[in-house]
Design a protein around this ligand. Structure first.
Ligand SMILES: [Zn+2]
Length: 199
């Protein structure tokens, strides 16, 4: 189980200490996480040592702001520069051998253009801070574009870590929504898991 969308204090809107993020991930039984700070890889860098000690797989990541909305970058070796077009940003991620995912396409100003989505590897179809409706629409969009879905908590607070997990990490074998800030109950959307498996 991997949480593929987690913020630390290297994002302006989070106070989470990177080493604490790893400790909480371990406590919640995750096998790995991706730290995806806004336009920064510093959270990932700071968390590396704790991740190694606690044997948590730490995926390098960044949530990159583009002129059209946010793109999640994984397995990148250097920071991706923000505020360029979504297409240029995805290109830059790919050039580095990284993986690009369209973040929460139905929340706020986000990337929804099918031609752009087709350039990415994944669509984030379950985000812990999006509504159920927004996540369902994201899943439909992913299917229309022939893209597989991933999910993550989008945790800005330590207690949100692991609320949404992707089974198999970037292999994306399925997604489990275990809880969210809007719905404190633990819910398993088995239909989403099934649909994602079919993509
Ligand atoms: Zn985020």
């Amino acid at each position: 189980m991997y949480d593929l969308h987690v913020h630390t204090r290297f994002s302006k809107d989070s106070l989470s200490e990177p080493s604490k993020v790893i400790e909480v991930a371990k406590k919640k039984g995750l096998s790995g996480i991706a730290i995806t700070d806004h336009n920064s890889m510093q959270g990932y860098m700071s968390a590396r040592e704790t991740a190694r000690k606690l044997e948590i797989e730490l995926i390098p990541g960044e949530e990159v702001m583009t002129s059209g909305g946010e793109v999640l970058a994984y397995l990148i070796s250097e920071e991706v520069r923000p505020y360029r077009s979504p297409e240029e940003t995805i290109d830059n991620i790919r050039e580095q051998g990284g993986i690009a995912a369209i973040a929460h396409p139905f929340r706020g100003r986000s990337i929804r253009s099918e031609s752009t989505i087709k350039l990415a590897d994944f669509v984030e179809v379950a985000n812990g801070r999006s509504s159920r409706k927004e996540n369902e629409k994201a899943l439909e969009l992913a299917k229309r574009c022939g893209k597989r879905g991933i999910g993550g908590s989008d945790a800005h607070l330590l207690r949100e870590i692991g609320n949404v997990v992707t089974i198999g990490g970037l292999k994306a074998d399925g997604i489990l929504i275990r809880g969210s800030s809007y719905r404190p109950l633990f819910i398993i959307y088995s239909s989403i898991v099934k649909l994602v498996r079919e993509l």
